[in-house]
Design a protein around this ligand. Structure first.
Ligand code: HEM
Length: 490
């Protein structure tokens, strides 16, 4: 008798679920106000187009092509739109009324506890940001970490130089990734991974690569993650459950943090300020350490790699930058490099065209909904912006695909002058209340990297393997060279 009831209950439940799905399908396809937003016909019914582009590493290109075809507002899926104009960008990333990050971040990051990067709501995020902000400020970073960063950058360029001389060719992406991960480890754990010394990819970097791949696949196809975590196959487990492999490293951050006297890692100082209110426990610190390493390593290495690629692609620009770098004093500082117009213009232009985080930044439209460029966008819709497209709007950045230093040089007038609109959408480090926490660390590492490379490797050229195809931007949340390398010859 009871099994009859169970079966009929199950059938009723199935029926209700089916009705719900049909209603949602009909609502999204026919009634949803988002139907007024232009886009491909299938976007109102399915997420498939978007998911396929994400899983094949082509999402930025897919969304960009849609903007070129349909304009600045595009329907991407039943519940998502992409926004590509200054007005909309300001709404999505407002400083005063920030739209929450979408839940996608939590699904993607999959840490034991929410971290900075993934916290959706502005309230808890604001509290955490306040705790960390001072330790990531420009003068703090310079006072406490500049010597270490300068040393590691110079060491990385020396190692690259030696390999290129010895082997005839060397991969800048490899050496810059070693450099960025050693810097991150030193900052977060108080101890470098020493990959620059060994010249061998550390276990941690290998796991990080899996974290990124597993997280993107898992966020698009959560069912794969659920199954993958349970399958007793190590290779699959490593992709979908990678944190277990690096948790012990991150716990070092907690231990080191306790060595207060020397303030050996960035958390020691943070904790000294927040301890009394006990707002951060050991798991928080461990998760944040992992999150910050992930946020700060590949981003910096990839962007610097594209700097070298872009500069070596144009020998005239390369020559003028080399001349500028050669005039730096022997004991130059970050502040000295910051004064050099050409190198800084080239860094800005690299970030415009090749910033490693130029893909989607999804936000939730607030519950009351919003009007955007005349369209009513219901609450709960995901609105995304991508700087790949914002930075390639020809009305804002003329000749958008060209690497033009003039745009960023002081005193530029005429066609390439940076307008207020250009300034307001220029967002290689995000925007509003969620702007990159590590921006000053990133700029410092890039400035030192640029100066060291230009001074130590004058006349370097791209190897034949550094083709346009190899350097094409592949996008799995981060954007990296599709060939996963950038070889250079001295
Ligand atoms: C060239 C290097 C870098 C680039 C291009 C970059 C880019 C970005 C972007 C675009 C965001 C916004 C993400 C979003 O809104 O979803 C972001 C956030 C963040 N970045 Fe970076 N980043 C870089 C380096 C770093 C470094 C070195 C660190 C740490 C040491 C770091 C830590 C963070 C954190 C914690 C957030 C989250 C901030 C928040 O939500 O309040 N980043 N970054």
């Amino acid at each position: 008798m009871s099994s009859t009831i169970n079966i009929s209950d199950a059938i009723a439940l199935l029926g209700l679920s089916l009705i719900f799905l049909i209603c949602r399908f009909v609502y999204n396809g026919i009634v949803n106000p988002l139907n007024k937003v232009p886009g491909p016909w299938y976007a109102r019914w399915t997420t498939l187009g978007l998911k396929l582009s994400t899983l094949s590493g082509r999402r930025i290109h897919y969304v960009h092509a849609l903007h070129q075809q349909y304009g600045p507002y595009v329907r991407l899926s039943p519940t998502e739109i992409a926004v590509n104009d200054a007005e909309g960008f300001k709404q999505v990333h407002s400083c005063t009324k920030p739209w929450d990050k979408s839940r996608w971040y939590e699904v993607m990051v999959q840490q034991k506890k929410p971290v900075f990067f993934s916290m959706a709501e502005s309230g808890p995020h604001g509290i955490r940001r306040k705790m960390f902000a001072r330790s990531f400020g420009k003068s703090y970073i310079r006072n406490h970490w500049e010597a270490k960063v300068a040393h590691m950058v110079n060491f990385a360029i020396d190692r690259f130089h030696d390999e290129a001389e010895g082997e005839g060719v060397a991969d800048v992406l490899k050496w810059l990734t070693f450099m960025a991960s050693d810097i991150s480890a030193h900052l977060m754990f108080g101890e470098s991974f020493h990959t620059l010394e060994t010249g061998v990819k550390s276990h941690f970097i290998e796991v990080l690569e899996k974290v990124l791949m597993g997280n993107v696949i898992g966020s698009e196809l959560p069912i794969l993650r659920i199954i993958g975590k349970r399958l007793p196959i190590k290779a699959v487990q490593d992709v979908f459950n990678p944190y277990r492999l690096i948790w012990q490293y991150a716990q070092e951050a907690v231990k080191t943090m306790r060595v207060r006297v020397e303030k050996r890692n960035i958390f020691a100082e943070i904790m000294a300020r927040v301890e009394k209110s006990e707002q951060l426990d050991d798991d928080d610190v461990t998760c944040e350490a992992l999150g910050l390493i992930i946020a700060g390593t590949d981003t910096t290495a990839i962007t610097m790699t594209y700097f070298i690629y872009a500069v070596l692609s144009q020998p005239q620009i390369q020559k003028s930058l080399e001349a500028e770098a050669s005039n730096l004093p022997e004991d130059y500082s970050d502040a000295d490099i910051e004064k050099l117009p050409l190198i800084n213009a080239a860094i800005q232009e690299t970030l415009r065209l090749y910033g490693a985080t130029n893909g989607m930044l999804p936000r939730m439209v607030p519950a009351e909904g919003a009007y955007m460029s005349g369209y009513y966008i219901p609450g709960g819709t995901t609105a995304i912006t991508q700087s790949y497209s914002l930075h390639r709007d020809a009305n804002v950045f003329p000749d958008p695909e060209k690497f033009i230093l003039e745009r960023w040089l002081p005193g530029t007038t005429g066609r390439y002058r940076i307008t207020n609109t250009a300034r307001s959408v220029y967002s290689p480090f995000g925007a509003g209340s969620r702007t990159c926490l590590g921006i000053h660390m990133a700029y410092m590492a890039m400035r030192y990297g640029a100066a060291a490379f230009l001074r130590k490797c004058p006349g370097a050229t791209l190897a034949p393997s550094a083709t346009a195809e190899c350097m094409e931007q592949q996008n799995y949340f981060l954007t990296m060279p599709a060939g996963h390398k950038c070889e250079v010859v001295l």
